[in-house]
Design a protein around this ligand. Structure first.
Ligand SMILES: O=C(O)CCC(=O)C(=O)O
Ligand SMILES: [Fe+2]
Length: 466
């Protein structure tokens, strides 16, 4: 039966292969359609055989190894583990997947109504959403989509399960998508509207709100001023900035009420400026609550009391950054392989809450050293760990490099569209000392970093890039 299945699949691949040049507009053939239909039939048969095979295994149990296979080379046998026996759950799972897959060639052949295919796709999508499988998975990098709502209940076991999933993501890829965070999508939409309105102001007006010092880290940063990079060598940063500027402008908003470090609000310009100020003040507060909740999840995941980090998060020494990447000629990217909207970097603080529009362009470095697109997923927040959390966790949590490049080519026009995003950079209270967390080291000598003051660390990192 296995042979029949692979033969049918082989026929499908061979037949479909013969139509490839036609598909690529290289060599047109008159028999394209009939051959393709025959190919789809073999695809359909192969899945049918697979379904029958799985059903038989379910009913009868796995086949005994044949005498032939047991008499194969002894050396080879010694090295190989016996084939694992699939569990009933995994067989049932396979059966569901195969049945769903059957609808694809089935619909293409007109044997199964198209409408069913649509329903099946919707079913698979909602299933993966529910089980948190969705997200991004490529080149050994997994950015899971995690539903945060169970963590916001009083149910201890739901909270623990969500906390464990979040910590696992921080320890492996350093990135995750969070849904149902408690921040309404309409609030995020308002922030994006206000941001677009702000960046549309005349350049001269924005310059009046210009960012001045890394200590304060507040205000408007014009196009090309910040060059995010891992380098701390000033000459190297200057050279990079001149050759490959970040194609972006930003507005940095810090915690309100810090002596000597006022935010640079546009409230004295006009009513729009007043509305912007009130909206952003409120959003800073809203995000600081999510920051506290995510840190509580990390605490629970690491086996501490849920409130372990509260004394590190309650000052809300966080930075709200509005980002605008203006439209850019496709030619700029085509001509220069190093062109970026935001250069490769890791974030500095504890965690970042990132809201992106649906344009795309954010990429995350995979363990295979490739760039993987962190595609926008509607109504989710991308959460990633920063360098200070990695340091705090004695490198058990990862602060992963990421960058922003051109969005996928939509094909029309000679420019890539503008993109907006909003990053909320969270930091441990600036007056706290950060040193290896309990449980992240055995003996004192396993602590990788010296204790450091949170505020000093952040200022040092910011001073290097502006
Ligand atoms: O715009 C984005 O999606 C990412 C921005 C970012 O990584 C940053 O500002 O640190
Ligand atoms: Fe970043």
């Amino acid at each position: 039966m296995e042979l029949a299945e692979s033969s049918a699949l082989g026929m499908y691949l061979v037949l479909e292969g013969t139509t490839m040049l036609h598909d690529m507009n290289i060599y047109f053939v008159s028999w394209y359609t009939p051959i393709l239909l025959e190919a789809y039939k073999f695809w359909f048969y192969a899945i049918c055989i697979a379904i029958v095979r799985t059903t038989l295994i379910l009913l009868r149990g796995p086949a005994e190894p044949s005498p032939h296979s047991s008499s194969t080379d002894v050396n080879e046998k010694k090295e190989k583990d016996p084939e694992p026996i699939p569990s009933t759950a995994s067989l049932l799972n396979q059966l569901v997947i195969d049945s769903l897959n059957l609808t694809i060639p089935g619909s293409l052949l007109g044997w199964i109504p198209y409408i069913l295919l649509g329903q099946v796709v919707a079913m698979v999508m909602s299933d993966t959403q529910q089980h948190g499988i969705a997200g991004v998975q490529q080149d050994d990098l997994t950015i899971p989509l995690i539903d945060f709502s169970p963590f916001l209940t009083d149910d201890e076991s739901s909270k623990k399960a969500t906390a464990a999933a979040i910590l696992h993501a921080f320890r492996t890829s350093g990135f995750l998508y969070l849904s149902n965070t408690g921040i309404p999508p309409s609030t995020v939409q308002t922030i994006f509207n206000e941001s677009a309105h702000f960046f549309a102001r005349p350049e001269a007006q924005k310059e009046l709100l210009s960012w001045d010092t890394p200590q304060s880290n507040r205000g408007y940063v014009r196009f090309g001023r910040e060059k995010v990079t891992q380098s701390s060598d000033p000459d190297e940063i200057l050279r990079l900035r001149a050759s490959n500027p970040d194609y972006k402008e930003t507005m940095e908003i810090g915690r309100e009420g810090v002596a000597g470090m006022p935010n640079k609000w546009p409230e004295h310009f006009d009513d729009d400026g007043k509305r912007f100020t009130a909206t952003m003040r409120a959003f800073h507060d809203t995000c600081s609550k999510l920051h506290m909740q995510v840190m509580r999840a990390i605490a629970l995941g690491m086996g501490y009391d849920e409130g372990f980090f509260d004394g590190f998060t309650d000052a809300a020494d966080n930075n709200l950054r509005l980002l605008h990447y203006p439209p850019v000629l496709k030619k700029v990217f085509a001509d220069n392989p190093d062109a970026v909207r935001a250069g490769a970097h890791s974030d500095y603080g504890s965690i970042t809450l990132l809201f992106q529009d649906d344009v795309g362009g954010l990429e995350v470095k995979s363990p295979r050293d490739t760039w993987v697109r962190a595609v926008p997923i509607r109504d989710t927040v991308v959460v990633n760990a920063g360098d200070l959390l990695a340091r705090w966790s004695n490198d058990t949590i990862k602060s992963t490099n990421h960058r922003v490049v051109q969005p996928p080519d939509s094909g029309s026009g000679d420019m890539y569209p503008r993109r907006y995003s909003v990053a909320y950079f969270c930091n441990p209270n600036f007056d706290r000392t950060i040193e290896a967390l309990p449980g992240t080291f055995g003996s004192e000598s396993e602590k990788k970093y010296a204790p450091i003051n949170s505020g000093d660390y952040l200022t040092m990192r910011l001073a290097a890039t502006f």
